[in-house]
Design a protein around this ligand. Structure first.
Ligand code: ADP
Ligand code: MG
Length: 334
């Protein structure tokens, strides 16, 4: 009986985040002319994330990962599509919209130093969000800040210290504590370990995983490095020039990557057990999001590109399993 109830709960885990056909287009001036164009940083992204799930979002620098993350939190205006957080579409703009989203979703940024106010003690940085959301009276606030410090592996008496007195890894722990203290259902982590020493990256990743399991919070883990998300994500979405090109269970992405772009990202992960393994080298740079090639956006760098990839339309998703899909002309008609 108990087991069948657990199964039902598994199946019916609600979506904490649903993104439908999201677009973020930045107006830009092109060259020296006065012609205005649009840089399509995010162009038609559809994603979902269940309660307590960890979704990895990977892709090269400039493909639109941070823009997508910021649009979820209302930090950049969207040009189209819908964002549904914990079952509710947030329509309010500006500060009201940001506050409404912040109750459900919090963010951890790449640079922990830049995201902490240097003039605030750690206690003030952690107590601020509680006060903002009216979540605790001053005495209780103090208690919750100390408890959160312990949870992220810092001494509770460090609350009187300032950000510059901590190391990079400790500062990222403080940022994680600040994100979790308002008990969000989703934490968006934008390259949370990219600015840290290689030696402490694993500690921060393990901390995020422990807290996810303990608190049941969902994680959107953004990284340009597939290796970082390999061991922590349930599912992985691969982004290229503003669009998702492949999505699947982590196992499917790592053992049977279907899109040539995903294949090249995976082959670029160093394998210490097999240093002779070949790497698929990508030709050229990522094309500009301002001037996307016709057809599949990856075609200029793909060594398997066919005429349909260069001249045809943007490929639709081909379904490879109940959880795995990729957008590639090579897969169409399979
Ligand atoms: P990533 O996080 O994957 O490196 P970003 O989301 O930061 O990518 O950027 C995606 C694209 O949007 C890039 O081409 C970048 O130059 C452009 N971009 C980001 N922010 C702005 C902005 N405020 N105005 C114009 N273009 C922007
Ligand atoms: Mg970024």
């Amino acid at each position: 009986m108990a087991e069948s109830m657990i199964k039902i709960a598994e199946v019916e885990r609600p979506d904490i985040l649903r993104i439908e056909d999201l677009r973020v287009h930045y107006p830009v001036r092109q060259g020296y002319s006065f012609r205005r164009g649009f840089l399509k940083a995010v162009d038609g992204v559809t994603l979902n994330l269940k309660a307590g799930e960890c979704l990895g979002l990977v892709g090269e620098s400039g493909c639109g990962k941070s823009t997508l993350a910021q649009s979820i939190l209302g930090l950049v205006p969207t040009s189209g599509g819908r964002i549904i957080l914990d079952g509710r579409e947030v329509v309010a703009a500006g500060r009201a919209g940001r506050l409404e989203r912040a109750r459900v979703a919090q963010m951890v940024f790449q640079d922990p130093f830049a995201s902490l106010n240097p003039r605030h003690t750690v206690g003030q940085s952690l107590g601020g969000p509680l006060k903002l959301h009216g979540m605790a009276d001053p005495a209780e606030r103090h208690h919750r800040v100390e408890e959160m410090m312990r949870k992220v592996g810092l001494r509770p008496d460090a609350v009187r210290r300032y950000p510059h007195e901590f190391s990079g890894g400790q500062r990222q722990r403080i940022c994680i504590a600040r994100a979790l203290i308002v008990e969000p259902k989703l934490v968006v982590c934008d390259e949370p370990v990219s600015a840290l020493d290689v030696s402490i990256r694993a500690q921060i990743i393990n901390l995020l995983l422990e807290l996810k399991n303990e608190l049941g919070v969902a994680l959107l883990m953004i990284s340009h490095d597939l290796g970082v998300v390999e061991h922590m994500c349930d599912r992985i979405a691969v982004m290229y020039l503003g669009r998702i090109v492949e999505q699947g269970h982590w196992n499917e992405i790592f053992t049977a990557p279907a899109h040539p772009y995903t294949q090249s990202l995976i082959s670029a992960i160093p394998d210490p057990m097999n240093p002779a393994a070949g790497t698929i080298r990508l030709r050229g740079e990522t094309p500009s999001a301002l001037d996307q090639p016709p057809g599949c956006a990856f075609n200029p760098r793909c060594d398997r590109a066919m005429p349909a990839c260069r001249e045809g339309s943007i490929p639709d998703f081909s379904t490879l399993s109940a959880t795995h899909a990729a957008r590639c002309h090579l897969l169409q008609g399979l």
